[in-house]
Design a protein. Structure first.
Length: 221
């Protein structure tokens, strides 16, 4: 008979379960997160896990809240609101890049504490920048959607490249070469952008977009 894995002897907390679930999600994505996989990783039984979480949906939401919460608590709020906004935005970008499933989960359940915390922090910083009250809601929504949308797309692209075992530089070179061969009369911008596409840095381009947004809201009044 096969030997059973030894059961853990230390206490099992919700935090320990959430961190274990995060590791499984990072390794294999949402489909890899099963309670069977979790019991194996934690060397425990189903009952011990269900004592702390209701189901997979609850676990996914808790893991998402944990990742975003760590970004929010890791940002120093004092200082120039523009710099804090850039730090928050880049923190979310990097977090979703490291945990691609977070972007999907945030869009699936926008009422979760994680997204509320993002709106609260970004809206508060825009308020400090003097964005007029009538446009504050729209400005916060636009910036949150930009941050999460670009971060989520970047993470999705990275997953596709990993699944296809493609190198990012080789992929961008291939696309840039196709763009460069387009008729400049029909696609003047795309033709000129081919060189920048080949060598661009995703994080730098993302921050450039944040800066463009901040430059735009400076004109509101």
């Amino acid at each position: 008979m096969a030997k059973r894995a030894p059961r853990r002897t230390d206490g099992l907390s919700r935090e320990v379960i959430v961190r274990a679930a995060t590791a499984i999600l990072d390794d294999g994505g949402e489909t890899a997160l099963t309670f069977r996989a979790l019991t194996t990783r934690l060397s425990t039984g189903y009952g011990a896990i269900y004592h702390h979480v209701e189901n997979k949906s609850d676990l996914l939401a808790a893991a998402t809240d944990d990742v975003v919460s760590r970004v929010m608590t890791g940002v120093v709020v004092d200082g120039d609101p523009r710099e804090v906004l850039r730090t928050v935005a880049l923190g979310l970008f990097d977090a979703i890049d490291a945990h691609p499933w977070v972007g999907t989960q945030l869009s699936r359940e926008p009422w979760r504490p994680a997204l509320l915390a993002v709106y609260e922090r970004i809206g508060g910083l825009l308020d400090k920048l003097g964005v007029p009250e009538p446009t504050l809601f729209d400005a916060a929504g636009a910036l949150v959607n930009y941050v999460l949308g670009v971060a989520g797309q970047n993470a999705a692209n990275a997953r596709l490249l990993t699944a296809g075992e493609n190198d990012r530089a080789a992929f961008l070179t291939s696309v840039a070469d196709r763009w460069a061969r387009l008729d400049p009369g029909e696609f003047p911008f795309v033709h000129k952008a081919a060189t920048r596409l080949r060598d661009h840095d995703d994080r730098e381009q993302f921050l450039a977009g944040v800066d463009i947004f901040l430059a735009g809201i400076a004109t509101l009044g």
